[in-house]
Design a protein around this ligand. Structure first.
Ligand code: MRU
Length: 356
């Protein structure tokens, strides 16, 4: 199952809003269709949003007719802005679009055909690198878990959210393959039910034993001693280690702290935003009221009721036991750990540039 795929000059994606009832794939060669799919969460999850947006830039380049320099750069700039405006919190989106932007600038002197080839290569590289990062995160994370682990997770961080096996959910499935994991508890994740609709679907397909909970059941389960670790993903990690992730994550972190349960965040380094000092600086996406007042199109609240619907919340770094990345497991103090990681990344980027 590939939630996003580059196929014969088109993007083929699984419309996640239809899951688990229907597995419907959509094909498009139009970056604006792709942007709308990201906005309405047909394509979702921080890494996958970045991957899809990168392919969106390739679609835009392929649709340009004429090749005057002004025409090409203004068309691509417009496409990048449309894709960038879809969802503000997941930093993987601007990270991937920055990479595509760099590729455009570096190909300025080249023909449109060369530019198209380079953009396709860059988008495919972003996709493949994410799959490799998922493997590495999963390997590091699975090694951390105790034998017989019972893990609680929130939202969806698996194959449906990434270019590979997933981040938090990748750790869970790998630990299951290694016979280290006893059970997974899935928070349903209101309002859009990514846990119930998507994570439960993925875990059933992988044969991992799991139990679905309403979000408000997590505390009781911890109190009963049923959870050994909590693992979640991230949409953006600030320089001080504060984490923006699906709304409800902060509540889980507080509960885990109270019950002395380790609380891990799993994310690729593309989710770390060293330029955003702290969590309160992260832009938090607000969703429409109908996502709270309806479930599956059926109204569950009186018409006209006031709704507060942030898609994400911010978990302060002091509640996080460790941040599992593909490069290393970051531990407090996160400000130092993120700085060191940023320095080593800049260093290896320079080495790559020299090697290229
Ligand atoms: O609104 P969504 O479904 O895109 O939110 C997804 C999450 O919050 C995930 O936990 C996060 O993007 C990490 S996915 C590997």
């Amino acid at each position: 199952m590939k939630p996003v795929e580059w196929k014969n000059g088109k993007v083929r994606f699984l419309d996640q809003t239809k899951l688990p009832i229907e597995e419907r794939y959509v094909e498009t060669d139009d970056e604006e269709v792709l942007a709308r799919a990201i906005k309405r969460l047909s394509i979702r999850g921080a890494p996958l949003i970045g991957i899809a947006a990168a392919y969106g830039v390739v679609l835009a380049a392929n649709r340009i007719s004429g090749s005057s320099e002004d025409n090409v750069s203004s068309r691509l700039e417009r496409a990048v802005n449309v894709l960038l405006a879809t969802r503000p919190t997941a930093v993987n989106l601007s990270w991937a679009l920055d990479r595509m932007g760099r590729c455009i600038r570096e190909s300025k002197e080249k023909s449109i055909d060369v530019l198209r080839k380079r953009l396709e290569k860059e988008a495919t590289a972003i996709h493949e690198e994410d799959a490799a990062m998922c493997e590495e995160i999963s390997r590091r994370g699975a090694a951390l878990l105790p034998n017989g682990a019972a893990v609680l997770t929130h939202c969806n961080t698996g194959m449906l959210a990434t270019g590979g096996r997933g981040t938090a959910l990748g750790i869970i499935t790998m630990a299951w393959e290694q016979s280290k994991l006893k059970h997974v508890y899935i928070n349903e994740t209101r309002p859009l039910l990514q846990g119930a609709r998507l994570t439960a679907w993925e875990l059933q397909r992988s044969g991992v034993p799991s139990t679905l909970l309403t979000d408000s059941t997590a505390g009781f389960l911890m109190q009963r001693g049923a959870i050994s670790s909590v693992i979640v993903g991230a949409d953006r990690i600030a320089a001080n280690g504060d984490v923006a992730n699906k709304v409800g994550t902060y509540t889980l972190a507080i509960l885990a702290k109270h019950h002395g349960i380790p609380f891990y965040v799993a994310a690729p380094t593309s989710t770390i935003d060293a330029h955003t000092p702290r969590g309160s600086d992260i832009p938090i996406e607000q969703r429409g009221p109908e996502e709270v007042t309806t479930i599956g199109g059926i109204r569950i609240a009186p018409e006209g009721v006031h709704v507060y619907a942030p898609a994400f919340d911010v978990t302060p770094h002091e509640l996080i036991t460790g941040i599992i990345t593909e490069r290393e497991i970051l531990i407090p103090p996160y400000l130092d750990a993120v700085r060191a990681l940023d320095r080593s990344q800049m260093h290896s980027a320079k080495l790559h540039a020299v090697e290229d």
